[in-house]
Design a protein around this ligand. Structure first.
Ligand SMILES: Cc1cn([C@H]2C[C@H](O)[C@@H](COP(=O)(O)OP(=O)(O)O[C@H]3O[C@H](CO)[C@@H](O)[C@H](O)[C@H]3O)O2)c(=O)[nH]c1=O
Length: 351
């Protein structure tokens, strides 16, 4: 039995990872540490609520005593750090919280892991710290070319700067102490349980409520979309087989302009749900400050070294995703109303 400390496991990618791992393996135990900010939701984990291999702990990755306590209480083999403030627009308004959670939180996790895992001759056998990072640390591409693992870091937003800072701390623990680590850098994820501040669920939510669809700038910025389950599969592979100290880029090779995404969502909902959902809802608005023009990942390294490939094409993934939000309208209502958060805060405070 391997024990994982998964941080941010009630958030979008984190909860998908927890569900993926518990479905795939009977012999893993997951300690799920999540602060339950606005973007984390225990509703995402309902399927594993009664699974004895899933232990939920509400708390902050910056809390040294708490994290140290988890290492003392459980024999942790792997740390997978999903916990992060992740929304670029928010980071432009309030950068401090991004520096605190993303950089200092990562340092705290690294340090607690190091203290627990270090032996007289190095590190315990088989342990690993995996940092879940982002392609945004590489900055913005022109019309051609792709990010590879050797592309220099050139982050622009406070969000991506905080993620780059965290990545450099992880690298420092490898370079300085030879602590076993990996860093993964993914492109834009989409799928179930994504908080509707991010483009795709925001579009779905607004369409269903006949609200305008805000498109930043000219709508021609490009993102490389990755179905979240394919990302989870890649992380599992990197934990098990990634070469120590290495970075792996994870991307679906699905580049789309934002306006293409907007039109795809409208077309699906118009055809399947409501004829009043039309392109008239599109509203071009002021551009995001420092808006990166294009992200595109070259996933050759993870494909060649670990045999990873994305299983879900964008055409299939986007339909599955929209349908999931249609089938889970209560989830959308709960996460946007904050009701769920209050309910669970009470529940955990009363334990
Ligand atoms: C929310 C929103 C976004 N946009 C644009 C901005 C971007 O070009 C694109 C996608 O925006 P977002 O969904 O906020 O995602 P983006 O800024 O690319 O960053 C995401 O993808 C990154 C990976 O590339 C992750 O590291 C970030 O945590 C994640 O938030 O859509 C709009 O035009 N209108 C909107 O209302």
């Amino acid at each position: 039995m391997k024990t994982y400390l998964v941080t941010g496991g009630a958030g979008f990618i984190g909860s998908n990872f927890v569900l993926y791992m518990l479905k795939k393996y009977n012999d893993v135990r997951i300690i799920n540490l999540d602060k339950l900010t606005y973007a984390g939701n225990l509703e995402n984990l309902k399927e594993v609520e009664n699974n004895p291999n899933h232990i939920f702990v509400q708390g902050d990755i910056c809390d040294k005593e708490l994290v140290e306590g988890l290492f003392k209480k459980y024999e942790i083999d792997y740390v997978v750090n999903f916990a992060a403030e992740s929304h670029v627009d928010r980071s432009i308004r309030e950068p401090e919280v991004f520096a605190k959670t993303n950089v200092l939180g990562t340092v705290n996790l690294l340090n607690c892991a190091k203290n627990a895992w270090e032996t007289e001759n190095g590190f315990k056998e088989g342990v690993k710290y995996l940092q879940v990072s982002t392609d945004e640390v590489y900055g913005s591409l022109g019309e051609t070319g792709y990010f590879t693992e050797t592309t220099p870091l050139d982050s622009h937003s406070p969000y991506s700067a905080s993620k780059a800072g965290a990545d450099l701390m992880v690298k420092a623990y490898w370079d300085t102490y030879k602590m076993p680590v990996n860093i993964t850098r993914c492109s834009n994820n989409y799928g179930p349980y994504q908080f509707p501040e991010k483009l795709i669920p925001l579009l779905i939510n607004n369409c269903l409520n006949h609200k305008p669809l805000p498109v930043y700038g000219d709508g021609l910025n490009i993102r490389d979309w990755l179905y979240v389950e394919d990302h989870c599969k890649a992380i599992d592979m990197v934990i098990n087989n990634g070469r120590l100290g290495e970075v792996y880029n994870i991307g679906g090779h699905n580049e789309r302009t934002n306006i293409q995404i907007v039109k795809t969502v409208i077309a699906y909902l118009n055809e399947n749900v409501d004829k009043e959902i039309t392109e008239d809802l599109i509203k071009f608005v002021e551009d995001r400050k420092g808006h990166d023009r294009r992200y595109g990942i070259d996933p050759t390294k993870i494909k060649e070294e670990l045999g990873w490939y994305p299983e879900t094409s964008f055409e299939v993934g986007i339909k599955k995703t929209i349908q999931w939000y249609l089938d889970n309208r209560d989830w959308m209502k709960n996460v946007t109303s904050g009701e769920y958060q209050k309910y669970y805060e009470n529940m955990y405070n009363n334990r």
